[in-house]
Design a protein around this ligand. Structure first.
Ligand code: TXA
Ligand code: MG
Length: 344
């Protein structure tokens, strides 16, 4: 008989990492995580975007635990992770635009919203007739998914509304013993959540959340314009992608945003964060996201620095925005900084 999830929590762990809940990605640990998932446990997994809080997507009890551990409202659906297209086809209707998108962007940071099949529990999709699917490219999680041969529901592994985790330690920090199994895949390669592309209206694909795959790249593959919707919502009920609530990814410290190139004046107990090392003389508590200032390195350090700055307990942090006319990954960076600063 398979072990129940409670048995798993009592079971002596295999090879341990630095923290008692973090496991290095050895072959035997990956097999252990697969076994724990099959038994109904919720575990944290690395992806190239951010860490996810994962459970078997077709197991309602596991999915219910994901919502409850995260404190996520049941109206906000979960992304389902797959390891191949056959698995995607079991879960959703695949429109003609699916194949060229998968050829170009899977595995990778592109989530597709598709018409769901009945096998997907309504709980996962929050009652919607659509499901969000993604094939991640992190080798550890791909190996885990391939071993499992089952799809995994996994929202970002942060308490609802807080900054997403981009290292195993961030998950341990937020959840402690609530998530005793964290598979360590190192720091996330991209550091921002996937691009979400809504394909449910075959004639009008649209980006609901910007990420590392830009609307321009998608539009080049589909041979038609693909708009980025300005989803900036205040009410869960009206949301197309409910997790795009305006306040999201937020630290507890107040953020005051300023446009690139300006230098704000700092009050007592205030700090400033630039996108790259400032060239002029700036006095006070000065931080920057990247030495070079290129978009990839800014994206990689954004969530780590937001978390670190939050711990330093300044009364206010002035934070530099990428230019409003930015494109590519900068769009996603600007989006996340704005959401982090949106009023509570
Ligand atoms: O990069 C990522 O996408 C990460 C990693 C772990 O894969 N996951 C992630 O999940 O960011 P989460 O739950 O934090 O964000 C997923 C977003 C939520 O805003 C959710 O509302 C939206 O996707 N979503 C899920 N299913 C949807 C659906 N059927 N229709 C519209 N939006 C959906
Ligand atoms: Mg999230």
């Amino acid at each position: 008989m398979p072990l129940s999830s409670t048995d798993f929590y009592k079971k002596a762990p295999p090879e341990k990492g630095a923290s008692s809940f973090v496991y290095p990605p050895t072959v035997s640990n990956i097999a252990f995580f697969a076994e724990a998932l099959r038994a109904g446990c919720v575990v944290a997994i690395p992806t190239e975007t951010v860490y996810g809080l994962a459970g078997l997507a077709l197991d309602e009890t596991a999915c219910r635990s994901i919502f409850s551990i995260k404190g996520r409202p049941l109206v906000d659906p979960l992304i389902v992770h797959v390891s191949n297209r056959e698995m995607a086809a079991r879960l959703a209707e695949l429109p003609p635009s699916f194949a060229p998108l998968a050829d170009n962007f899977w595995p990778g940071p592109l989530t597709l919203i598709l018409k769901k099949k009945s096998i997907v529990p309504d709980l996962v999709t929050a009652g919607k007739q659509t499901v969000a699917l993604r094939m991640p490219r992190h080798p550890v999680t791909l190996a885990l998914l391939q071993g499992l041969e089952a799809p995994l529901a996994a929202p970002s592994a942060n308490p609802f509304g807080y900054v997403s985790p981009v290292e195993a330690g961030h998950v341990a920090e937020s959840f402690g013993e609530k998530v005793p199994f964290i598979l360590d895949g190192g720091p996330c390669e991209i550091g921002l959540e996937s691009t979400i592309l809504d394909l449910t209206d075959g004639n009008a694909p649209k980006v609901l959340r910007p990420g590392a795959v830009s609307p321009e790249e998608i539009s080049n593959v589909l041979g038609r314009p693909v708009p980025l919707l300005n989803v900036n919502l205040h009410h869960e009920e009206s949301a197309t992608a409910p997790g795009t609530f305006s306040r999201h990814y937020s630290p507890d410290t107040e953020l005051q945003l300023f446009e690139a190139g300006r230098i704000p004046s700092l009050g007592d107990d205030e700090a400033v964060v630039f996108l790259k090392r400032p060239t002029g003389n700036v006095s006070g508590e000065v931080f920057w996201l990247s030495e070079s200032g290129d978009a990839a390195s800014v994206a990689q350090s954004l969530f780590s620095l937001l978390r670190q700055m939050d711990r330093l307990a300044f009364t206010r942090i002035h934070w530099e925005l990428p230019p409003a006319n930015a494109s590519g990954l900068w769009l996603a960076i600007r989006d996340r900084i704005k959401r982090a600063a949106a009023a509570k």
